[in-house]
Design a protein around this ligand. Structure first.
Ligand code: TNX
Length: 530
């Protein structure tokens, strides 16, 4: 225990390797390969110099300053810390070599170098004499190309600064996609020149009618400049933005701006149960909805005006979004007849594909056998799929496009913790512990769907109960780290680091770094925080 405690103090985590407990620097997500050497560590001082790529040097300086108060001096040519790009490796991969005299971080591309810098930030630790980086060689490369976090800005609106902060946090765990759930029954959050009424008439409320943090009124929306600022900030952290406009369900807000496009709400018994359990009003046409129930709204499927609307919305979003994906939702369209749903999904997926973008949709869209071939399915069933769910996801695999995995009982970040804040929901087998968020293997979720058909992993944060930046931090950290590891690290069984015991020790060692970054993580008792 004394050895383990000492290891923890140095920012290392005990790991079982070939039957022995050894101590390795705590990196999350676990790298593909890490070898600690017996040599003396590198010592950071106020004289430490850095040279190489400017963006990476800036990113490193920000981390080191926050963590240690020591700002490295920039140099030309050789320096103590050298940050370089050398072509040849796999996309987003990097290598770090640390010895007593120097540190080199080499990325295969700018993203790889950025990830190397994030890892280097995690390696910084303290010993009795000061700040050190342990002598180590790391060769690292991602398992999956797509590693996402989703933020629902429709149920509660979250302003630009909050989103930028979430980008910073997520990119430090090597996430490379921010999916923004921009629209839902409760509000439309993106200004469009082609359809200005959407934000004029349908952005003014949120769940519970809550007033947005830092604002004077309920709801809110991003101007086109706001959206550009988010996209640019994401790009500077090597993340793409995946905008979602959810349809044909989850569209009550559309009806506030364009009543002629919306069917009247369908109130099911299930909805009455939800209203009884969670409170709130029944939705009424033309009246803003601030409840939490889902599945009552639908666009009109057999009206050409609907498709003019969809073409305007996705046409403008495509032009505003440099990333390759446009998400058209498709979940929980319980008020849309099955055949109508298939017709709608077929048309809208083709429309998005014709814009030169790759459509993404929740897995229900796979019930439409003619969904555009390039459409990626986002699976939100459980780690052990419920009846019928895997078959829908299979459509996207059969088409050769593949799936993004978001198993709700593991990495829905809006599920309550077993003990902790009163925030969150429980419907997906919740509460969800950190261990449950960690203990699943992507290739074991959908039968026969292995790495070649899995584009990646995404952790959604729905915000019915999540109102502030602090709420986001609490729900996402530490569980987003588990999703990051599922998306980036070698598969379970292929690395000594891919065990719950190793993960919890490594996450625990990150506590001081997260604190220095201002992350208000949930101090879960499952984690041995340093
Ligand atoms: C289900 S899973 C939803 C969302 C809710 C969420 C709450 C899915 C694609 N849709 O509409 O916000 O549950 O956890």
């Amino acid at each position: 225990a004394a050895v383990l405690a000492a290891a923890a103090l140095a920012g290392c985590a005990p790991v079982a390797q070939n039957g022995d407990i050894v101590s390795l620097p705590a990196v999350v997500p676990a790298p593909a390969s890490i070898e600690a050497s017996a040599g003396a560590p590198f010592r950071l001082t106020s004289a430490t110099s850095v040279s190489g790529e400017l963006d990476a040097a800036t990113a490193l300086a920000a981390i080191l300053t926050a963590r240690t108060g020591l700002a490295p001096t920039t140099a030309e040519g050789s320096a103590d810390i050298e940050l370089r790009i050398a072509d040849g490796g796999a996309a987003e991969s990097y290598r770090i070599a640390v010895d007593e005299a120097s540190i080199s971080v080499t990325g295969a591309d700018a993203a790889g170098l950025f990830y190397g810098v994030q890892t280097l930030g995690q390696l910084v630790a303290r010993d009795g004499e000061g700040w050190i980086v342990p002598a180590v060689v790391i060769d690292d490369t991602p398992r999956f190309a797509y590693r996402g976090v989703m933020l629902d800005v429709a149920r509660h609106f979250h302003g630009v600064d909050t989103v930028k902060g979430y980008i910073d946090r997520a990119s430090s765990l090597k996430f490379n996609a921010l999916h923004l759930h921009l629209t839902d029954d409760q509000g439309w959050r993106i200004q469009l020149d082609s359809r200005p009424e959407l934000t004029e008439k349908a952005s003014g409320t949120s769940v519970g009618g809550d007033v947005t943090e830092g604002a004077e009124r309920s709801g809110g929306f991003y101007t086109k400049d706001d959206y550009r600022e988010i996209v640019e900030h994401a790009a500077s952290r090597h993340m793409i933005v995946v905008p979602e406009v959810d349809m044909p369900g989850h569209t009550h807000a559309v009806g506030l701006a364009y009543p002629e496009l919306a069917e009247d709400p369908v109130i099911s018994d299930h909805m009455r149960d939800i209203i009884r359990d969670y409170g709130g009003q029944e939705p009424r046409p033309g009246t803003p909805y601030d409840g939490m129930a889902v599945g009552f709204s639908s666009l009109k499927i057999h009206d050409e005006a609907t498709y003019d609307f969809v073409a305007d919305v996705f046409g403008e979003l495509a032009a505003m979004t440099p990333g390759p994906y446009l998400h058209f939702g498709g979940d929980e369209s319980l008020a849309t007849d099955d055949e109508d749903f298939a017709y709608f999904v077929t048309r809208v997926s083709a429309l998005v594909a014709d814009l030169g973008k790759t459509p993404v949709a929740w897995h229900e869209a796979g019930s439409a056998k003619d969904v555009a071939d390039s459409t990626i399915g986002q699976y939100w069933g459980y780690v052990r799929p419920q009846e019928g769910f895997a078959a829908k996801a299979q459509t996207f695999v059969d088409n050769g496009a593949g799936v993004i995995l978001s198993p709700a009982d593991a990495i829905y970040l809006d599920m309550k913790y077993p003990s902790g804040p009163e925030l969150g929901l429980t419907w997906a087998n919740g509460p969800t512990s950190v261990k449950e968020a960690y203990a699943w293997e992507p290739a074991d979720v959908l039968p026969g769907v292995d790495d070649d058909a899995i584009l990646g992993v995404e952790a959604p944060l729905w915000t019915e109960t999540i109102r502030t930046a602090a709420d986001i931090d609490t729900m996402a950290f530490p569980r987003a780290a588990a999703a990051a590891e599922a998306g980036w690290s070698p598969r379970t069984g292929e690395s000594d680091l891919r065990t719950w015991e190793s993960f919890r020790a490594r996450v625990g060692a990150l506590g001081p770094l997260w604190t220095s970054m201002g992350i208000g993580f949930h101090p879960s008792e499952e984690i041995p925080w340093v």
